[in-house]
Design a protein around this ligand. Sequence first.
Ligand code: NDP
Length: 247
Amino acid sequence: MMMQDKNQRVALVTGGTRGIGEAVSRALLQAGMTVIATYHSNDHAAQAFARTSGITGVYKWDVGDFDACAKGVKTVEEHHGPIDILVNNAGITADATLHKMQQEQWSAVIHTNLNSCFNMCRNVIEGMRDRRYGRIVNISSINGQKGQFGQTNYAAAKAGILGFTKALALETAHCGVKVHAVAPGYTETDMVSAVPEKVRAQIIEQIPVGRLGHPDEIARAVRFLASEDAGFVTGATFSLNGGQYMA
Ligand code: NDP
């Protein structure tokens, strides 16, 4: 068995090459962890991330595909050692009001945003339980807490993550595995850049602090929850949304 310094925990961040995930990968690296970042299709962004971050453990698979996750986790663990920290961050939107939503839009969002949590957790949880240590941080959203027009698929997936987190936290609290959800508000990433300028201005008007969040602000919260310091926290939902929604 590979022996590890406890300050060199192995952390895997899904969707860890862009946006919030990239900030999380960099924050965990700064905290002294061995960081693995995964992505889905944007090779260009992944290569730029590997070059600028110094994180060479970059892997490509679809987190919505159970078999791909099983194979990916096995490969990562063979090369880097057991995964101690899992951040389920990968996510997409495919917005439409329900009366116009296509079945593909529903399924894609549920697969990528919610089934991914099962697909990834199922493949690391036995190892974490056996080793009596683990940290899982699932990235939900303010829109899973309050609902959002045009996002029945996304809100359902992100609300599902909150229930999944609490149930898994109960199952694993006694074996050193802590499970958390982080619910960001609107944060400056490609996902939000895709929103038309007019809608963006309307969103900012609804945020009491008067601005979007920065990925680093979300990453610092994840870094705390992923750390040894968070040993008495489990099943929590940590909301970072500039005061837009107080759950
Ligand atoms: P981005 O679109 O900037 O980045 C998404 C990342 O997820 C990319 O690395 C992408 O890979 C990866 N990804 C997407 N689909 C898959 C897949 N099927 N398999 C593996 N990886 C995948 O997103 P954000 O940084 O904005 O969002 C990150 C998380 O935070 C998401 O879960 C999102 O729902 C949540 N969130 C975001 C908010 C925001 O305002 N930005 C607010 C609240 C929550 P690739 O580069 O290959 O496309």
